[in-house]
Write a protein that binds this ligand. Structure first.
Ligand SMILES: [Zn+2]
Length: 65
């Protein structure tokens, strides 16, 4: 799944049907934030383990620093 040099998520990993990526793919398709649960229509961000709206992405990036 990972060559050890990149944190990019491959589409094949997203839709492989196992692991945490299934939930991320579902959130991506539905455009639902994986953190606040709101539906949004633009500017989603992938984090290491979820797909979130831009507001939560900002919050999470601040929290993780
Ligand atoms: Zn959110």
């Amino acid at each position: 799944m990972n060559n050890g040099t990149s944190t990019a998520v491959l589409v094949t990993d997203l839709f492989r049907g196992d692991g945490p990526f299934t939930g991320i793919a579902d959130d991506f398709v539905a455009m639902v934030c994986g953190f606040c649960g709101q539906v949004f229509d633009a500017d989603g961000r992938f984090t290491i383990d979820r797909f979130v709206c831009s507001t939560c992405a900002s919050v999470l990036s601040v929290v993780s620093k």
